[in-house]
Design a protein around this ligand. Sequence first.
Ligand SMILES: NC(=O)c1ccc[n+]([C@@H]2O[C@H](COP(=O)([O-])OP(=O)(O)OC[C@H]3O[C@@H](n4cnc5c(N)ncnc54)[C@H](O)[C@@H]3O)[C@@H](O)[C@H]2O)c1
Length: 446
Amino acid sequence: MKIAVIGTGYVGLVAGVCFADAGHHVLCVDRDASKIASLKEGRIPIYEPGLEDLLHQSRARLEFTTDTAAAVRAAKVVFVAVGTPEKADGSADMAPTMAVVEAICTAANEKKYIVLKSTVPVGTAKIVKARVAELTKHPMEIVSNPEFLKEGAAIDDFLRPDRVVIGCATQDAEDVMRELYDPFVKNGNPILFMDNASAEMTKYAANAFLSVKISFINELALLADELGADINQVRKGFTSDKRINPAFFHPGVGFGGSCFPKDVKALVHTGRAAGVPMAVVQAADEANDRQKLVLYDRIEKHFKGDLKGRTIAVWGLAFKPRTDDVREAPALYIIEKLVRAGATVRAYDPVAMETARVASSVKYEEAATALDCVKGADALAIVTEWNEFRSPDLEQLKTLLKQPVVFDGRNVLDPVKASKVGFTYYCIGRQAVGQVSDQTGRKEKV
Ligand SMILES: NC(=O)c1ccc[n+]([C@@H]2O[C@H](COP(=O)([O-])OP(=O)(O)OC[C@H]3O[C@@H](n4cnc5c(N)ncnc54)[C@H](O)[C@@H]3O)[C@@H](O)[C@H]2O)c1
């Protein structure tokens, strides 16, 4: 089938490449000419494991262009995968999506299947349908097909999704979408067909629920810190209940990225507009705002409020490992606070150095390696749980740091080992500095 994907970002590019891998001819469209130029040369503008290899394998079935109209005319199915960023009032900015819908209608020469892949507020398909009817005489199908891929594992998620959600109103649209997605659900996972509004809401429900899980465990971890409990033991205990899925229950420095923060705010806004408060989701969002600064607060407290002249090494800038995406990354919030408090920050990330440099509101030093980053620093803050940060040589780390102090925002180090080497070690919800739990969870002094 001939497909156009408009918006060649984290979602659109992955979708386009994966559909091409499945044998379809895909026109990837973006208004960013430099992005399209580098894609034409076989260079991908983002870091996503496996994407470049798959792109090369499917190159014969992929075209990259800035010409939306030509792509729309050539394609039967047109995916819309542009951004839906947060507006000042928390609602999703639908201007990019509506601009693309209008461009599709202007260019269309026959019936098209317009597939809304971006995360769009409930009711968008209805609005799009009405707008399309104003703009073109061609019979258009409006399909809602939210995307659930995770950056860092996007290829696997797209090729082997837990489920595919399709909102549409006709058998014709259902047949076309089934044909497109059948190759990806050979493992027996479902393609769930439903009405458009339910499909749109499913995406927000998923992201909101995951955000609630994170904020829930983060708040519990803070309480565990105060009360001397160990959140790992607590997690094991309460997630042994079959009704509670243990995945995604790891405390840290809060959620970031291009999806959860804005989608949570958008759902709260939608609820408010509908007169149905999304109080649980709003609380998760507020807890996350506090959590993003927990590590900073601990650093400030450790240095008794005096950060002037201190150098803090920061490991990790991306909002999570295996991506270069720094949108809403907790690291950027922490760094901004540190710099504004007078500290010098030296940061290292395996892939997100460039994206962070562009996104940061403050200047900080950059290190070429994780070890260079800590040399002569007063403390180390671990903010993203990249694998390479999980097992550092602690003795070497101690000799490189000016003071053996670690603020582990992702609980990647072993508190017992860190304490035994002589580190003052802070983590999230495990045990107070200088205390470790034995296998049974009992506390003992080290
Ligand atoms: N990033 C994720 O992990 C993820 C996961 C699931 C869903 N989503 C949703 O998918 C959507 C896209 O997210 P993303 O992260 O890929 O965004 P992105 O910012 O990485 O990419 C969007 C792309 O659209 C292009 N674009 C904007 N307007 C355009 C236009 N008029 N014509 C052509 N191109 C245009 C931009 O240049 C950009 O390259 C959002 O709604 C997001 O919430 C994202």
